[in-house]
Ligand binder design. Structure first.
Ligand SMILES: C[S@@+](CC[C@H](N)C(=O)[O-])C[C@H]1O[C@@H](n2cnc3c(N)ncnc32)[C@H](O)[C@@H]1O
Length: 216
């Protein structure tokens, strides 16, 4: 029974992600061209990023807390000619060694993880000191009026959108987790409701304290 409901949810998630794929695909491609070497994608969903990884990526590891989504992601990656290792794990507890990836990718995931700070601490832990955190996330609005609507609608939205929280100040949390931004762009999630429209796309590296050391 659990398998049936997991497979149905995976099919629904796949269908919903596919709705705006045409408009969203260029953003995925633009972000992922910065990936190289050994790459980890958290919350890979049904694998819509897979076809956008450049050939400079030698090893791609996809993670997801749910096996049904992961199976679809693996299938989609294979169809794009991309070999992946698929591992069932939540972003809050990544089963990998410290500093073992050149890049970690998160697209539309940090809105849904149970514990954002724990997930970001794990991303930081598994990234090499010269590695990149590549992200596209929908976030809390800067305009107070829209942010108030995000707060009001958080609960019902979370129920219909499989645990997505529209009002998270994700950029603040990324910086608080010890990342330094290399690039940041604000935009809008295409074909979406106003409460999930504010979008950030960025690249960041782990703050290893070298900037302060340089100042001394
Ligand atoms: C909107 S989907 C985005 C999927 C995919 N990243 C993409 O860009 O198409 C949100 C994803 O976050 C995943 N997710 C939810 N909780 C998670 C957690 N604790 N750790 C990792 N991923 C999680 C969901 O299973 C789902 O695949």
């Amino acid at each position: 029974m659990r398998c049936v409901s997991g497979c149905v949810s995976a099919a629904v998630a796949d269908f919903l992600s596919g709705l705006a794929d045409k408009e969203f695909a260029p953003r995925r491609a633009e972000l992922l061209r910065h990936a190289h070497g050994r790459v980890l994608e958290i919350g890979a969903g049904t694998g819509f990023n897979a076809r956008h990884y450049p050939s400079a990526v030698d090893e791609l590891v996809l993670t997801e807390p749910g096996g049904a989504l992961l199976a679809r992601a693996q299938h989609r990656a294979a169809a794009a000619g991309r070999h992946v290792e698929a591992i069932e794990a939540p972003a809050e507890a990544l089963p990998f060694e410290d500093r073992s990836f050149d890049a970690v990718v998160s697209t539309l995931v940090l809105c849904s993880v149970r514990n954002q700070d724990a997930a970001l601490a794990e991303v930081r832990r598994v990234l090499r000191t010269d590695g990149s955190f590549l992200f596209i996330e929908h976030v809390r609005a800067d305009e107070p009026r829209r942010a108030r609507w995000q707060d009001r609608l958080e609960r019902p939205w979370s129920v219909v959108a499989m645990g997505c929280h529209p009002n998270r100040p994700t950029l603040e949390r990324i910086e608080a987790a010890g990342f330094v931004l290399d690039e940041l762009r604000h935009g809008e999630l295409p074909k979406s409701l106003p409460i999930i429209r504010p979008l950030i796309t960025g690249r960041a590296h782990v703050d290893d304290g070298s900037a302060e050391r340089d100042e001394c």
